[in-house]
Design a binder for this molecule. Structure first.
Ligand SMILES: *Cc1c(COP(=O)(O)O)cnc(C)c1O
Length: 432
């Protein structure tokens, strides 16, 4: 067996399908967010300054002075690492404080922090569902990969409901015996289309059909709600949702993930989840920086207000220029391209010619034929930068002969859980 050859073949298949990912070598400037230095491949010695328009540090909290100060002083005080797993010497005071802060944020009795949002979904969903006898999981068709992995890992029966379609969810719930354990898993804000779930209707159905609810608020925490508690806080529904999951790496600008829930749910996940038990705790500096960001955003609305203003301004300006902005009620600004190669070409031209960085979003993150540029305005972008963005996009659209027409409808992505859409053949097999 020529092992090397097998790997090279696998990479070549991705390249042939325009799915091969090229990472931009970036150095963010904390004092000048959203600016960064970009080092083109082969020219690492001559970095170029670029404006970042696709960061998930939605509010620029990664560069906030209180957040940086918390991180630096915790590293000075406690050292670089945690020194162990949670059970074996790794439960440091900053992570205990962070968990208390997050429980309070969502009005829940307890919370549990993981090393990433991805792990928190894997651990949370799989552990909760597997502790419920004969549980059936009802999963939105557009759920994130980390949730799909959690569902799969639980070993429970799974039923997928059409994206945001509460009638279909009700049909599936009604088909089960009322006494059977059910876990409804969904996101509040879907990050590629920027659409929002009908949370109130989903919660009402779960109550009627005796189901537990698990919501992923990764793209909403810090960003929506009077204290940054996400869309469940904004809509006054947090107390009716059993488990709220979030990340510390997007709106809060740091790293890590968490779930917030009842004391018994949190204690059970803490006690049974291998991806929590058998891994080292995040460093004190990371926990302290996250706590500082959560605390700041509980008190301050200025970032949230300016963020929404900027998103509206960017959408309006791009539409006025005839660019195909995909409509949604959130801070995400997807601009439709509809072809993998041209999407990548547009991104490259923005970077090379206009010093604007927007990573192309291609399959399997979105369905083939719905490739797009996903723009994320932040409170730190200026009106001059918006004007430059519009002018640059118009130049790229003209040069590449892309369509200047409104993206009338959001083209529906085929279900992310459709086996044919899985990234890896072994995943496809597991899904079948
Ligand atoms: C990014 C993301 C995650 C994972 O969070 P990380 O903290 O980046 O691991 C989970 N769910 C959704 C919907 C996401 O977009």
């Amino acid at each position: 067996m020529d092992y090397e050859r097998r790997f090279q073949d696998a990479i070549n298949r991705l390249k042939a399908e325009e799915r091969y990912r090229i990472f931009a070598n970036l150095e963010r400037d904390a004092s000048r967010f959203p600016m960064a230095m970009w080092r083109p491949a082969g020219e690492e010695h001559s970095p170029r300054e670029v404006t970042v328009w696709c960061s998930n540090d939605y509010l620029g909290m990664g560069g906030h002075k209180d957040v940086i100060e918390a991180s630096v002083s915790a590293a000075r005080a406690h050292g670089a690492g945690a020194g162990g797993t949670r059970n074996i010497s790794g439960t440091h005071h900053p992570i205990v404080q962070l968990e208390a802060e997050l429980a309070d944020l969502h009005g829940k009795p307890a919370s549990l922090v993981f090393t990433s949002g991805w792990v928190s979904n894997l651990a949370g969903i799989s552990t909760i569902a597997s502790l419920l006898p004969n549980c059936v999981i009802l999963s939105d068709a557009q759920n994130h990969n980390s949730m799909i992995e959690g569902v799969r890992r639980s070993g429970c029966e799974k039923k997928v409901w059409r994206h945001n379609d509460v009638d279909h969810l009700e049909e599936l719930l009604a088909a089960e015996p009322i006494e059977r354990c059910k876990l409804v898993v969904f996101e509040s804000l879907y990050s590629m289309d920027g659409d929002i779930a009908p949370i109130a209707a989903i919660v009402a159905l779960a109550e009627r059909y005796n189901a537990m609810t698990y919501i992923d608020e990764v793209h909403a925490v810090g960003i929506y709600g009077p204290r940054g508690g996400g869309l469940s806080e904004r809509e006054g529904l947090a107390h009716r949702i059993d488990v709220i999951e979030g990340t510390l790496a997007k709106g809060f600008g740091s790293l890590g993930g968490y779930i917030a829930a009842s004391a018994a749910v949190i204690d059970a996940v803490r006690s049974y989840a291998p991806s929590f038990i058998f891994t080292s705790t995040m460093p004190p500096s990371v926990a302290a920086s996250a706590t500082a960001a959560v605390r700041h955003l509980k008190r301050s609305n200025a970032e949230r207000e300016r963020h929404q203003d900027m998103a509206r301004m960017v959408k309006h300006a791009l539409r006025a220029a005839g660019l195909p902005v995909m409509d949604n009620p959130s801070h995400i600004v997807p601009v439709f391209v509809g072809d993998a190669e041209r999407c990548r070409a547009a991104s490259e031209m923005l970077l090379e010619r206009h010093a604007i960085y927007i990573q192309p979003i291609n399959y399997p993150t979105v369905a083939k034929g719905t490739e797009r540029l996903r723009i994320t305005p932040t409170p730190a972008h200026s009106e001059a930068q918006v004007a430059d963005l519009v002018e640059s996009l118009v130049d790229v659209w003209t040069t590449l002969g892309l369509r200047f027409e409104p993206a009338k409808v959001i083209p529906l992505r085929p279900a992310a859980q459709d086996p044919a859409q899985c990234v890896y053949p072994e995943m496809r097999k597991a899904a079948e």
